[in-house]
Design a protein around this ligand. Structure first.
Ligand code: CP
Length: 356
């Protein structure tokens, strides 16, 4: 457990479990008392810089809303307009840019993934480089390896939907932070075909944080769609620490049996980056040849009345059929809403020191 003011959030695995517990509790309190007096001016007139190398709907809008609701201003920055040094062009170094930005702002968010990098792992290195040269917290807004804000919103939604005492599958807010709702429940994280060629960040973050909170984790994918071996090793270790099961399978259906949470998502193969670029068209063509990996109603019938979850945007018809994505067990919009409350808690904790 530590002092959270100034703490970076690049992956939830970097945070002590006790600190994540405190963060979840605050996020639920903020959800229940969205415009409570004690939160309104926590970041009065302070700046949160948002570096978006890639497009976004949820992340940009929820961070801007979160900043406004805490009295701050979120400044949208297009890296292309800043003369930054890149692998291919001369310009300002991260060391210099980060130290200048640190004089203006109180928090820095960065999104960098997919075609904006030349190899897996590059964005993680760049974000950690910014963190090295800033005193303000650096928050990943999704990068090639991790998506911590999404992982926090995912778990908030699953805790709400799997809450006991008649609240299950109602989408209503649990009374309070309830990690027991997840312990011993089974997450199926399954690859699916799709035309968006996704980075591994959301899937990897979900595997890590779910295993941290005592879930059994099954990861299903066709051969050749393995995730980062280091992340798999950490997920296995989290499961072992909690006495839970970790399974990796190439069977498209097996993992549905007994699942409580189904997370169906396309991700790119480890061969996606070649000679310094993302071969997006080839990846999509390869993925769309797999016809048997869509999440369907028949497959959901094999589960233990599982909820369906997805970070969005959804590639409907490929990743999941409409009947499931828009069905009574879909928690996708609650999870999307929780981006706002989770990020308010992250900003309050790391930028204002509200939990210290
Ligand atoms: N889930 C998520 O990060 O959505 P956006 O890409 O729209 O921000």
């Amino acid at each position: 457990m530590g002092n959270l003011k100034g703490k970076d959030l690049i992956c939830t695995q970097d945070w002590a479990k006790e600190d994540l517990d405190k963060l979840f509790k605050l996020a639920f309190e903020m959800k229940q008392d969205r415009f409570g007096e004690k939160y309104l001016d926590l970041l009065y007139r302070k700046q949160f810089f948002m570096f978006f190398f890639n497009p976004s709907l949820r992340t940009r809008q929820s961070f801007e809303a979160a900043a406004t609701e805490l009295g701050a201003h979120a400044q949208f920055l297009e890296p292309g307009a800043m003369r930054l040094k890149t692998a291919k062009s001369a310009g300002e170094t991260i060391e210099d840019a980060a130290q200048v930005m640190d004089r203006y702002a109180f928090g820095l968010g960065i999104r960098m993934l997919e075609a904006k990098i030349s190899a897996y792992g590059e964005a993680d290195e760049i974000i950690r480089e910014y963190a090295k040269y800033t005193k303000m917290p650096v928050i990943s807004m999704a990068h090639d390896k991790f998506h911590p804000c999404q992982g926090i919103a995912d778990l908030m939604g699953w805790m709400e939907w799997l809450a006991p005492e008649g609240k299950q599958n109602t989408g209503t807010l649990a009374e309070e932070f309830n990690p027991e709702a997840l312990a011993g429940k089974k997450l199926l994280l399954t690859w699916s075909q799709g035309a968006l060629c996704r980075s591994w960040c959301s899937a990897q973050e979900a595997a890590l944080i779910a295993s941290r909170y005592g879930m059994d984790v099954t990861i299903a994918h066709p051969e050749g769609y393995e995730l980062d071996p280091e992340v798999i090793a950490s997920t296995k270790a989290n499961c072992e620490e909690n006495g839970r099961e970790f399974v990796e399978t190439n069977d498209a259906e097996e993992g549905y049996k007994g699942a409580h949470v189904v997370y169906s998502r396309n991700w790119m193969s480890p061969e996606a980056y070649q000679n310094g670029e993302l071969l997006k068209a080839a990846e999509i063509e390869k993925a769309m040849k797999y016809s048997g990996w869509t999440c369907t109603s028949d497959r959901m019938d094999m589960t233990d009345n599982a909820i369906f979850t997805h970070p969005m945007p959804i590639d409907r018809g490929s990743e999941v059929v409409d009947a499931v994505a828009s069905g009574p067990n879909s928690c996708i919009f609650d999870v999307a809403e929780n981006r706002l409350h989770g990020q308010k808690a992250i900003m309050a904790a790391t930028m204002a020191g509200f939990l210290d």
